[in-house]
Design a binder for this molecule. Structure first.
Ligand SMILES: [Zn+2]
Length: 294
């Protein structure tokens, strides 16, 4: 499914020339983000890959992070099939919900992750978070499912309790900024998604799990986006190797993963944490300017 190779910001539009003006009516001029492919961009704008290629004189599907693209207004045959559309939720940035720190905090006027297509909330009484966290989670899952229409149900573990504070099995998850989310598997393992299941090099669906990781990681530069992702070092290695073998830029992988620098290295958005071989722990930033959130 992933056909384009997305590489680092070091290779920017400057090297490629700016996006050409196209004769078609243009709905948007965008800058390609790490993790984007022509097909994800096309779906986001109700367009087809072919229409994007034509509007930008692209000979193939290769695009680079930082590259500028003109997105044409697509109608008729060029409009994306509505079933593949990703309905992205606007990210609400609400001050005053997440109070204190993830390991010493609470939650006010919590937002609850609603039940939805493609995921199972294991413990609904622990599915509360800050509004931006809930919106990011819904967007990330919807985005992966759009690229992998036949995916199995994803296990959603704990966010926080309705009023936050300490909950069993976690040190953090207190202030509505933490989420535990399972992986995608080649074949749904026994017990999943009611429980998390340990990833192995044999059972992990690297393509879908990579896309899930990137769907979260790409928000890291956004206000209220991802701050850190914790997962077992060995799982990092499998995803790193999978992506590197498909041409994902080494510079991007270096910024994303701690692997291969060692499980104690202070680098990368994704860090090793013991007992995280069956899920990602995703921590989101505070809303900008929210003095209560730490
Ligand atoms: Zn966690």
């Amino acid at each position: 499914m992933r056909t384009a190779v997305v590489v680092s910001l070091a290779l920017t539009a400057a090297a490629l020339g700016a996006a050409r003006p196209a004769s078609a009516e243009i709905q948007a001029r965008i800058k390609v983000k790490a993790g984007d492919t022509l097909s994800t961009i096309a779906r986001r704008h109700d367009c087809t890959v072919a229409a994007l290629q034509r509007a930008n004189d692209l000979p193939g599907t290769m695009i680079l992070a930082g590259q500028e693209l003109a997105v044409p207004v697509c109608r008729g045959k060029e409009a994306a099939r509505p079933t593949r559309r990703v309905a992205r939720i606007e990210i609400p940035l609400v001050a005053g919900q997440s109070v204190g720190r993830p390991w010493d905090g609470k939650l006010r006027r919590a937002s609850q992750l609603p039940t939805g297509k493609g995921y199972l909330i294991r413990r609904p009484h622990r599915a509360y978070g800050a509004a931006h966290v809930v919106a990011h989670v819904r967007n990330a899952i919807a985005r992966v499912r759009a690229d992998h229409p036949r995916l199995h149900t994803l296990a959603i573990g704990d966010l926080s309790a309705k009023h936050g504070g300490s909950i069993s099995e976690h040190r953090s998850h207190q202030s509505g900024r933490d989420l535990d989310v399972g992986f995608y598997f080649k074949k749904v393992p026994k017990g999943y998604p009611a429980s998390f299941v340990k990833a192995t090099s044999a059972n992990l669906d690297r393509a879908a799990t990579w896309d899930l990781l990137v769907a979260f990681a790409r928000t890291a530069d956004d206000p209220g986006g991802v701050q850190a992702i914790f997962v077992d070092y060995e799982v990092q290695g499998w995803l790193h190797e999978w992506a590197a073998a498909r041409g994902v830029d080494r510079g991007y992988l270096g910024r994303l993963f701690q692997y291969p620098a060692g499980k104690h290295a202070a680098k990368g958005l994704v860090r090793h944490e013991p007992n995280h071989d069956d899920h990602f722990h995703i921590r989101f930033k505070c809303p900008p300017g929210d003095g209560a959130c730490d």
